[in-house]
Design a protein around this ligand. Sequence first.
Ligand code: SF4
Length: 217
Amino acid sequence: MQGFLFSEDEQRLPAEKNTGDRSEKLSRLFDTAKECRQCSLAATRINFVFGEGNPSADLVVIGEAPGAEEDASGRPFVGRSGQLLDKILLAAGFARQEVFICNILKCRPPGNRNPLDDEIRSCSPWLIGQLQIIKPKIILVLGKVAANTLLENNLSLGAMRGKPTRWKEYDCFITYHPAALLRNPEWKKGCWQDIQMMMRHYEIICGKERDRKNATT
Ligand code: SF4
């Protein structure tokens, strides 16, 4: 899965935040994407899972693909994994609706198998489009598969955690997928260390802006 998720000829929108119409742009992208049949997962999905949250989010959370409950509901990160993600975000000071949550693939791979290269290649324009509209400052990547895909490497999760990784104009932080934390509760401490590091970084680059937003609400 090397080198094709974000191509060199990717056309990015202007760098400045254009808050007024991002919700509308995201809605238009959803309307286009929801009928997508660019890969074979269209035949087996129950629901297209676009993602949800704040169209102006400074923090976007990205997993690899919808699971069974996400496929059934059409929403990302629901069920036990989603509840754990909500708790992690809350502990970091974010309500779920403050961030934007999505996956690299928008349809569930049968049996929750890992995404295939051709599926990633077919689906990546939707994620690219989302990021171009939202323009987050930080991306939290959940799990090795999502991180390898997004960052286009084959590193272990251990080699990617514990430090910010600059990718495009985003600072990415990588941690365990909540489903892995449910299977391995002893990893929660490491996850929390990753989240705390991310939050320290977030406060530096977004703190003043967030204080100002909170003061006006
Ligand atoms: S996984 Fe992505 S590319 Fe494949 S059908 Fe779903 S939306 Fe389209």
